[in-house]
Ligand binder design. Structure first.
Ligand code: CA
Length: 225
């Protein structure tokens, strides 16, 4: 697996490169958007680690043109802690995940592994499960053309369950997905979000349900009528 890192901080480039190599992957680490763009044209990468604050160009623009060119490798953006707007813009522009600086190398490697596992589905612009559709970019959730109005955390939860439809999603994984959005959440918060999501789904003919797998997590399942 070959990873491209576009990051202007020399120190971060070194640290990340070392962690990637230790994980047994290959990495090209480049300091500017221009060098990164030409590398993307010249070589095939399995994943892109993208800093948003680059000296010559906004990382978001690199991401947008990459997606416009139908390059569908997973993209993990690296952002300054607290820059929530930046993260949202990044996800809307087609990033698959983000990591706030400073981050722990162990977390970086774990996120990369997770992205690689779900790579084939991350490229779908609209997720479908049962009768539910979620537009990944706009975050709009619909069922038979009617919008299901959900809070952001409920959308995160639904997306995670839809991407793993028919499979059990561990509670820890859900908590982790939640904490990506900057706030600590207890497993109690996960339970509450699940019950709120279930209630909102109840008002629609979704043809699917969220089952509790006791002691493990949750699973979204299609319901045949
Ligand atoms: Ca930077």
């Amino acid at each position: 697996m070959r990873i491209l890192l576009i990051e202007d901080s020399d120190r971060l480039r070194e640290l990340v490169s070392e962690a990637i190599r230790d994980a047994g992957w290959k990495i090209d680490a480049l300091p500017t958007a221009e060098l990164g763009r030409s590398a993307l044209v010249d070589r095939e990468y399995d994943l892109l680690l993208l800093d948003l604050g680059l000296p010559d160009e906004d990382g978001i623009d690199v991401l947008k043109s990459l997606r416009a060119a139908k390059m569908q490798m997973p993209v993990l953006i690296l952002t300054a802690r607290g820059a929530i707007d930046e993260r949202i813009v990044g996800l809307d522009a087609g990033a698959d995940d983000y990591l706030a600086k400073p981050f722990h190398n162990g977390e970086l490697i774990a996120r990369i592994r997770a992205l690689m596992r779900r790579a084939p589905v991350t490229t779908m612009p609209v997720l479908e499960y049962g009768a539910i559709q979620m537009d990944v970019a706009s975050r709009r959730v619909t069922c038979a053309s009617a919008e299901i109005s959900l809070a952001p955390s409920e959308k995160d939860l639904l997306e995670l369950l839809m991407r793993n439809g028919g499979k059990v999603v561990g509670k820890a994984k859900i908590e982790h997905a939640f904490s990506e959005f900057g706030d600590e959440r207890s497993s109690n918060a996960v339970e509450l979000a699940v019950s709120r999501l279930r209630r909102k789904m109840d008002g629609h003919q979704t043809n699917c349900s969220i089952e509790t797998i006791r002691g493990v997590g949750y699973m979204m399942r299609q319901v045949s009528d």
